[in-house]
Ligand binder design. Structure first.
Ligand code: ADP
Length: 219
């Protein structure tokens, strides 16, 4: 994987988790926080760190922020700082800005500024938990639109040993299987209708969220 330059502004739980994961994956991460204490505790998880008020343009430019491919604004409750920081980053021409929103209105402002990806961690996590409860076999998903998802679904037991053709999943559940993840051979992309399904296969499916929810709750 290519090394990218990330800057994470705000080293609370959210920012530190992002920084740590990127750092573990070998990426270069600059961690920034206004609090010395927060910067110190995040030091093991970042490549470089700085104590700075990111809502001040001078501080951002002194850190060479324009050299970063992606900047994550993980400032929590201080909405004013979050918005000011996002606006400065946008004006400085940062290509990819990701920001955490603590409320719908906060998120709307960030979107208006032109933040590329606004994240609502608590709302999104709550939705994930509910989706997992509704579809126990669903392992992971990507939202393609409000209605359509791609989901990884653990093969229901009663489908083991059967072929896709025999199961007629598309007609019966209005769900398309676009790939099969099989531990012994990695991945089968666009599986043939005659492919026999094996225990522990994970079906990569695409379809309407409600149809997928039904499919992923089969015994
Ligand atoms: P979390 O819910 O992720 O733990 P917090 O609100 O605790 O969120 O963390 C946000 C972090 O953002 C804090 O460590 C805070 O010091 C930092 N922060 C707030 N304002 C600024 C700012 N203007 N510049 C840099 N860091 C900031």
């Amino acid at each position: 994987m290519a090394r990218n330059q990330y800057a994470v502004i705000g080293l609370g739980r959210f920012g530190t988790s992002i920084a740590r994961r990127l750092h573990e994956a070998g990426q270069e991460v600059l961690g920034i926080d206004i609090s010395e204490e927060r910067v110190e505790s995040a030091e093991p998880y970042v490549t470089d760190s700085a104590i700075a008020d990111a809502s001040e343009e001078k501080a951002l430019t002194a850190l060479g922020i324009t050299n970063f491919d992606c900047v994550i604004v993980a400032i929590g409750d201080d909405i004013q700082s979050s918005i000011l920081t996002a606006m400065l980053l946008k004006n400085l021409g940062i290509e990819k800005i990701i920001a955490k929103a603590t409320s719908k209105r906060h998120g709307q402002v960030l979107e208006t500024i032109g933040v590329n990806w606004v994240i609502y961690p608590e709302r999104d996590m709550g939705e994930r938990v509910a989706n997992q409860l509704l579809s126990p076999n669903m392992l992971n998903y990507i939202e393609l639109s409000k209605e359509y998802n791609i989901e990884e679904v653990l093969l229901p037991k009663k489908m083991i040993g059967k072929s896709l053709k025999e199961l007629d999943i598309r007609a019966k559940f209005r769900v398309s299987v676009i790939a099969i993840l099989r531990s012994s051979i990695d991945i089968i992309v666009s599986p043939s209708p005659d492919e026999l399904l094996q225990p522990d296969d994970i079906l990569v499916t695409i379809g309407n969220r409600n149809d997928l929810a039904k499919f992923a709750s089969l015994e």
